[in-house]
Design a protein around this ligand. Sequence first.
Ligand code: EPZ
Length: 417
Amino acid sequence: MGKYLINGRKKISGTLKLSGSKNSSLPILAASILNSGTTIIHNCPDISDVRIAIKILKHIGCKVFFEKNTVVIDSSSVNFYDVPHDLVKQMRSSIIFCGSLLSRMKKVAISYPGGCSLGKRPIDFHIAAFKKLGAQIFEEDGNIICHGENLKGCEINLNFPSVGATQNIILAAIFANGTTKIINAACEPEIVDLQNFLKKMGADINGAGTSEIIINGVKTLHAVEYTVIPDRIVAGTFLLSAVITNGEIEITNVIPEHLPLKNFLQLGCFIKTNENKIFLRAPDFIRPIENLQTVPYPGFPTDLQAQFVSVLSIANGKSIVHEKIFESRNKHIPQLIKMGAKIKILPDGTTFIIDGVKNLHGTNLFSKDLRGGAALILAALTAEGKTIVHDENYIERGYEKIECVLQNLGADIKFMQ
Ligand code: EPZ
């Protein structure tokens, strides 16, 4: 458990080269075992979730080297099909290995990932889809065992455009006999990145980025070299660091259309973009947003909700935020209230009424999850005085050396074990 020490009121200003996407790297690392050669993946962020995914790859028999954001995976000898319980506990998105292990090994054993601070996080869509593809699923003392010798393509209609379920279905269907059609698929850029990676390996898949994805099973895939897309949530977080400190920032190596820039304009920001850059200057007075809802892509992303709440805490008026994706993504709010923020959580736990205040004041804060922890750091950047953000290794899961990035942008922040 470490902590971030922040002295607030320093303007963020400067240029940041954006790191690769966590939520794209994880499914692509899982998908790398679908070929039996040596895959090279560039622009992988050096974060703890990627390091856990690499531990899983090594556990099932891959040789893996990770240096300077490039991962080299020799998956010629994958000979285990179980995902260790302690790794699933540390990273619930280990579940993404189900689809690729089913395809590679025809079976997988994994413990239920369980819930987290965001909510119950069920995996019923994943399990139902595997069954529909013809897998036999056994559950014994908290473990799921899937057997899928002869998976058969079929039509799968998702009740909700689940990102993880969409990715797992793609990975499980890649060698299935016949055609699999996913209806109401998630449209996130990370799904498109996974499709591009798979197509480069020789997969027959189309439609990612829309709500209908078609996979025609193939016999084998070959190894490739691939570069992961930039991380749109990390980009949004650092744009907001400039907004909350009345500063300015240029982010390079970013894909502007992956970000909800219209919501940044609602805050009153000045924004200029070109194909791989975003320049943002903060408004002198942050405008409130009267109705901000988290929805599936291309709408406002739930992974920026906590960070926007921090910024709206010092907006010039009242904002209302609705978290529509997760039932309890609100653990950052009691911490912000300790800083002087005026926020009410309605009984549904997902609607937040925020009355902007002039200033927040520094105090002792406790991260409860990855994006909530990042939101607390943003709030500390603007707060008067000193803030300590205690962190049970949540923030390093998704941000590569966040304290170094912010120091380079003018913040007074240190990390201590
Ligand atoms: C992915 O999680 C991301 N994680 C999350 O980012 C992100 O918040 C989420 O998508 C939504 O965009 C990764 O990509 C590793 P979902 P995932 O399945 O796939 C319900 C971050 O901070 N649901 O789209 O788990 C679920 O409970 C993380 O980087 C079911 O009911 O999200 C939730 O309410 C946090 N049954 C909703 O769907 C299922 O079988 C969306 O979940 C699956 C999901």
